[in-house]
Design a protein around this ligand. Structure first.
Ligand code: B12
Length: 314
């Protein structure tokens, strides 16, 4: 990511860029910029006579601030607020507590609200109330962004329901309903349109049906403006190899949830490409001691986002 000041010399200082040029500069998709504008109110200060968005250097600097925040795990809505409030040319400051009577929620308030939301989602799912389940998940995704909504709400409820299932053998229908609803809500995060030619390929190990984390990662990467190609559940090695050859990815992320799908022997048979790509593995299923030495391992969703955006042209 280039700094806002580097751009502002001479006549360029007054230049106004269209959405495509700004997207290219930031290494994100034009659709991402339009979404940020519509959803978080962080857009250009002006429009062309024809109604097209026109970004000034200050607008672009704000977007760069927002992008930096997102890549450190700040939810998009919060990142946009910070970027909009930061004085031009200065790094954003943490929000002051209690300023102007607008009390900032304290951590304890946040923890309590979070626990209430987790209980609410678990209750809605257990009652097979698809509408309430979807509303809660969608609200959290919009409000907190994918990474925080997944880590603070969706994953805890999935893990809780998994434990219930392990203890009683029940709740399989709840797992299915919640999975279906979460997949639908995650799919509402618009995919980044290809700008760079080397996507991140995301797939589950052969016979691995637990695809939710892969879709959560795809949505989180899209939110950060990275291009992905998601192959989903149970990807046979020859199919993954074909996708690698056809797309020349910058990285391949592979998920194994259960030990039954975690034997990594087949990874060494994946084709090589020029320039080379990285293999990143995630999920509790992998037999870690047998992973080939050149594979990276990630343990959390934020770690995966960081690892897989390290190579994006930011
Ligand atoms: C939803 C679900 C399903 C759905 C999957 C739908 C879908 N499209 O994904 C359905 C109903 C299809 C399903 C099927 C089965 N399931 Co299931 N399922 C789950 C459940 C509830 C959530 C899965 C999930 O998304 N996990 C991801 C996160 C939420 O959980 P986690 O991996 O524990 O998270 C940890 C880390 O991975 C990390 N993390 C969290 N999120 C992310 C994201 C990223 C990107 C990264 C890097 C890290 C990360 O943080 C967490 C703390 O350490 C789990 C419970 C569980 N704990 O996972 C059971 C669970 C995984 N399933 C289980 C089983 C047994 C099955 C079945 C075999 C059941 C059966 N008899 O048919 C089948 C077959 C699956 C197969 N062959 O692949 C067991 C696995 C036990 C084991 N260790 O082998 C579990 C643990 C439930 C249990 N306790 O019994 N399942």
């Amino acid at each position: 990511m280039r700094s806002g000041t580097e751009w502002g010399s001479g006549r360029m200082r007054e230049a106004q860029l269209g959405v495509g040029a700004v997207a290219q500069r930031l290494g994100v998709a034009p659709s991402t910029l339009r979404t940020w504008d519509r959803r978080y109110g962080i857009g250009p200060s002006g429009r062309s006579a024809g109604g097209h968005r026109r970004y000034t250097p200050a607008d672009v600097a704000r977007l760069e601030t927002m992008q930096r925040q997102i890549l450190t795990g700040v939810p998009p809505q919060e990142a946009a607020r910070v970027a909009l409030e930061a004085p031009p040319g200065e790094p954003p400051r943490p929000r002051a507590h209690g300023a102007g009577g607008n009390r900032v929620p304290l951590k304890a308030d946040h923890d309590e609200a979070q626990a209430t939301e987790v209980r609410g989602l678990a209750r809605a799912a257990m009652a097979l109330d698809a509408a309430a389940t979807a509303e809660t998940v969608r609200n959290a995704l919009r409000r907190d962004g994918v990474v925080r909504a997944w880590d603070d709400l969706i994953a805890p409820v999935l893990i809780g329901i998994g434990r219930k299932h392990a203890a009683s053998g029940e709740c399989v229908e709840v797992e299915h309903l919640l999975s279906t609803v979460v997949l639908g809500c995650l799919a509402e995060t618009p995919p980044a349109r290809p700008l760079n030619t080397r996507p991140v390929l995301l797939a589950c190990a052969p016979e691995e049906q637990h695809s939710l984390p892969v879709h959560a990662l795809a949505a989180a990467l899209a939110e950060a403006g990275a291009e992905t190609l998601t192959l989903g559940a149970r990807v046979p090695p020859p199919a993954l190899a074909a996708a690698v050859r056809r797309t020349g990815p910058r990285a391949v992320f592979l998920w194994s949830q259960t030990p039954a799908t975690g034997d990594p022997a087949w990874l060494t048979g994946l084709p090589s490409s020029r320039p080379p790509y990285r293999i990143v593995t995630g999920g509790p299923g992998w037999h870690r001691d047998h992973l080939p030495p050149h594979t990276a391992q990630v343990a959390t969703l934020p770690e995966a986002v960081t690892e897989l955006t390290r190579f994006a042209p930011l």
